[in-house]
Design a protein around this ligand. Structure first.
Ligand code: NAD
Length: 245
């Protein structure tokens, strides 16, 4: 493992356009469970509450669970060492951009600035009628559902629900960067969610070296991954940081 980390650091140092692709696993050590797996959120909640069609017909019921998952629970989470190392890599010029499937805003809180939010961000709320955006900080969520101050419409979290398309800018920027990448570091993603999982696959097809950080094997391991750094995101990225700086 230590040899693989040294090799990865060398490749990263010698590359010109390194990107990262992150999934729910990078935030597990910040206390946010992933959707799938033994301790996944879908063992406790019905994914229906994040289905656009169901939400539009039952916004009050959905907001009860949305508040619990994304605003009571997520709001206590802080960036962990893995988010911080990626932010440092960007600052020191070793990481050009970060594509995240996460909606928890922890990369931005850690200091990353070039973040393509593939699935949106829970810290923003959007009025589906007039399009006005609000910061979640403007609401205390004691009274739900939150409503638009312009037209009284119920606000929806500005992350994508099942049945919604990927935000256009994030989609285009992610794939443009994947095509340019000579290294793609995948952290904590099963690779089961499409079209997000096509981002590292595009990087691979464009000739990038794929470094994967995950304690488990995933859909990427084998067909896509070149170097699998098997372990928890914060442990592996701490070791990589020591080699890089
Ligand atoms: P996933 O839930 O399908 O899988 C999580 C992956 O993380 C697994 O491969 C697991 O082995 C790995 N993992 C677990 N602990 C880890 C650790 N400490 N370090 C590194 N890896 C670890 O996640 P996904 O592929 O990102 O897909 C789920 C979708 O759910 C995403 O699209 C995302 O939008 C959403 N989601 C986001 C959050 C969040 O914002 N934090 C949380 C849950 C789900």
């Amino acid at each position: 493992m230590d040899l693989l980390i040294k090799e990865s650091a060398e490749i990263i140092r010698e590359s010109k356009f390194v990107i990262a692709f992150t999934g729910a696993g990078i935030s597990v050590e910040s206390g946010i469970p992933p959707f799938r797996g033994e301790h996944g959120l879908w063992n406790k909640y019905n994914p229906e509450v994040l289905d656009l069609g169901f939400y539009l017909e039952n916004p009050d019921e959905c907001w009860f669970y949305i508040r619990e998952i994304f605003y009571d629970f997520f709001s206590d989470a802080h960036p962990n060492k893995a988010h911080k190392v990626l932010a440092r890599m960007e600052k020191e010029g070793l990481l050009k951009s970060l594509v995240t499937q996460n909606i928890d805003n922890l990369h931005q809180q850690a200091g990353s600035t070039i973040v393509h939010e593939f699935h949106g961000n829970s810290k923003r709320l959007k009025c589906l009628k007039c399009g006005k955006l609000f910061s979640s900080k403007e609401f205390d969520f004691k009274k739900i559902p939150p409503r638009c101050d312009e037209d009284g419409e119920i606000l929806k979290p500005d992350f994508i629900f099942f049945g919604e398309g990927i935000p256009r800018d994030a989609y285009e920027n992610s794939f443009a960067d994947a095509e340019k990448a000579d290294v793609c570091i995948i952290v904590g993603s099963t690779g089961e969610v499409t079209p997000a999982s096509f981002v590292p696959r595009t990087a691979k097809q464009s000739g990038a070296v794929i470094i994967e950080i995950n304690p488990e094997e995933t859909m990427f391991t084998g067909p896509v991954t070149d170097i699998h750094l098997k372990g928890k995101a914060s442990e592996v990225l701490s070791k990589l940081e020591k080699e890089l700086f």
